[in-house]
Design a protein around this ligand. Structure first.
Ligand SMILES: [Zn+2]
Length: 138
């Protein structure tokens, strides 16, 4: 039986609004109220100007595959039974980049190409604590 993926441990004040939203399958990101920077992953302060005034937004969950690598085998118990899987960066249409997995393909070696359109597919974890944003071909 596969183990559980590493998951966030709460309380985690800076990123908890992001993880709370995943339960409703909402992919949230921040913008800076002062300089307009698009902020992802979730943080307390803007990485551009240092302001702590940020606003939350919900992404449509659509974007483009920026780059990827296929992991052929992993000894971590959560990944050992997966077979080859794709670790990827996806550029969301709203202007931020997320590290994720590409799912919903038969063969990640041949079925994934840089630049392809992808959309979010939520994978609920174990006891419903959080859901993880994966991406599949759009
Ligand atoms: Zn800023």
């Amino acid at each position: 039986m596969a183990g559980q993926r590493p998951l966030p441990r709460f309380p985690e004040p800076d990123t908890e609004p992001f993880w709370e939203a995943t339960k409703q399958h909402e992919l949230r990101y921040q913008t800076c109220n002062k300089c307009g920077e698009i902020i992802f992953y979730a943080r307390r302060h803007c990485p551009n100007c240092g302001s702590d005034g940020t606003s939350w937004h919900t992404s449509k969950g659509e974007g483009m595959l920026y780059t990827y690598s296929v992991i052929m085998q992993s000894r971590h118990p959560a990944f050992a039974d997966l077979g080859p899987y794709a670790l990827a960066y996806v550029d969301l249409d709203e202007g931020f980049r997320i590290m994720t997995n590409i799912v919903g393909v038969d063969n990640p070696v041949t079925d994934i190409t840089i630049g392809m359109r992808v959309k979010v597919r939520w994978e609920d974890q174990g006891d419903g604590e959080v859901s993880l944003p994966m991406f599949e071909p759009a």
